[in-house]
Ligand binder design. Structure first.
Ligand SMILES: *[C@@H]1O[C@H](CO)[C@@H](O)[C@H](O)[C@H]1NC(C)=O
Length: 216
């Protein structure tokens, strides 16, 4: 077998295979917001968005307006009346006190959708993968390491090609060291990050290739 004869070639081939798989996953999907829509969060449908206050959809954070530093949040992208459906969505997190409009943190595990890299930041947004009619999508978001500010989530919901709501806002979630005593919210459980596991895999692969190369 190739791998027994030449470890270096084997590692390189494997690395390329893995790289092409992850590129396909981002660019080759049949649907979802394109990276060009990241800045405005507006679909290129050529019609005006609906008034934001009339949105039949909302992005809920069941754990409430406080979260412990570094803890992952669960988001729910919902139909308010449980009847009206959305075909598409794009959600990003922002620092409420930063006007630069740069998304923060990383998304993972959308129940119906995929994670994309807006503003060149890995995993900074989640969008739909197929344009099936949805009433609820759950997704997890992890803040930047040691983030102690206030995060707000902006979501664009697409009901159909002519009817969509741009940048609907969630409640603000403030990251703290300890929950305020007046709060009855339980701390949110942290879940192991699959993203960090992925990068660990990459690091070991690269290290392995290097070692194999040096030890030829
Ligand atoms: C989009 O949805 C609106 C509201 O439900 C509806 O009035 C309109 O006819 C729909 N447009 C298309 C192109 O389906």
């Amino acid at each position: 077998m190739l791998c027994n004869k030449n470890m270096y070639t084997c590692a390189v081939v494997l690395a390329f295979l893995l790289a092409s798989v992850s590129i396909d996953r981002i660019d080759g999907a049949p649907d979802g917001a394109p990276l060009g829509a990241c800045a405005t969060m507006t679909p290129g449908h050529g019609v005006d968005p609906q008034l934001i206050n009339s949105s039949p959809f909302k992005t809920e954070i069941p754990s409430g307006e406080y979260a412990i530093m570094d803890n992952t949040l669960n988001l729910e992208l919902r139909s308010k009346n449980d009847v009206t459906t959305y075909k598409g969505f794009l959600v990003m997190a922002f620092d409420k006190n930063d006007a630069t409009n740069t998304p923060i943190g990383t998304f993972k595990l959308p129940s119906d959708g995929k994670v994309i890299d807006c503003s060149g930041i890995v995993g900074s947004a989640a969008t739909h993968k197929f344009n099936n009619e949805k009433k609820l999508t759950t997704v997890q978001w992890t803040p930047p390491k040691n983030f102690m500010g206030t995060a707000i989530f902006r979501t664009t919901y697409v009901h159909n090609v002519t009817t969509f709501w741009v940048k609907t806002e969630s409640i603000a979630v403030t990251y703290v060291m300890e929950l305020p005593t007046s709060s009855t919210q339980a701390p949110v459980a942290t879940t192991p990050s699959s993203a960090s596991q992925l990068s660990k895999t990459w690091i070991s692969l690269i290290t392995f290739s290097l070692m194999a190369y040096l030890m030829r």
